[in-house]
Design a protein around this ligand. Sequence first.
Ligand SMILES: [Zn+2]
Length: 312
Amino acid sequence: MSGAKNISQKVNHFRLKLDEDELLPENKTCFFCGHTERNPVFVLQDKPLIRLLECTRCRAASASRMPREETLARYYRDYYPKDETKKNIRVTFKQVGRFSNHLYKLIAPGFSQVENLQILDYGGGDGSVAASLAGKMIAGGLAKNATITVVDYVEELTAATGSISLKRVDPGTPFPENTFHIIIASAIIEHIPEGGDVVRSLFSILKPGGFFYARTPWALPMAGFSRLLGKKWNFFFPAHVHDLGKTCWEYSAKNAAAGMTIIRSKPSIVESSFKTRFLVTTAAYLFKAPWYLFPGTYKLVGGWEIVLRKNT
Ligand SMILES: [Zn+2]
């Protein structure tokens, strides 16, 4: 690879063009439900052509060609800007306290008290969101102490406190079924080619009665809207390889082998704050607001979040 190409790729990091040898052959079925019928809805790149294919059954949209594992590893190492890595991968949510409060309010009302709370923070960076949530669960009398398992490549975890311990494992590490009381998968599934397999395995390692939280971008409706205005949407491929909204998450929940009850399925929490990013935050709230008036039809919400409880 020449130096010049390298520099331009750094500038246009999100539009890094992938060559034939960096891609897997086309997957013939939906990654999330296994359906064979999918429609092309967006061109992610030309030559080799990579499109976003939308499943006609569960509505998951995924790249028609997935980057090879080593391609993705190199992408994150060499091209993905470090501040974006931090924002999107490492600490998936900047305002840790506000986010853990949001999670606590969704989980605590239906949670039965335990002695040692087991939380899996999947792709959770330094584990600070899970640690903050654990602190609130303990303060709320729902647990005596907590063990947090972070699945990520991050080198340093947030500091442990007396009643909360943290450990890190590499992605792909297997866990026994029915291990965790709470699983957090915030802004991570969209990055993983085999995302559907990961979701199914997370459901299986959740304890009966346990809570699962996920948050993913749902940009496809926004991309269509943007096209009407003559602008091309950036899907952040190959960082994002899936686009997952309401239908896909609810389909996955309803068809989960273990049986999952939907506690919440709504536009995702706004990530930025008025204090630091006024315009972005205002726009995010404005775009999400009409959904509350027209939940059946309005889709320009940008992201989706779901809270599920595993049936006992
Ligand atoms: Zn599907």
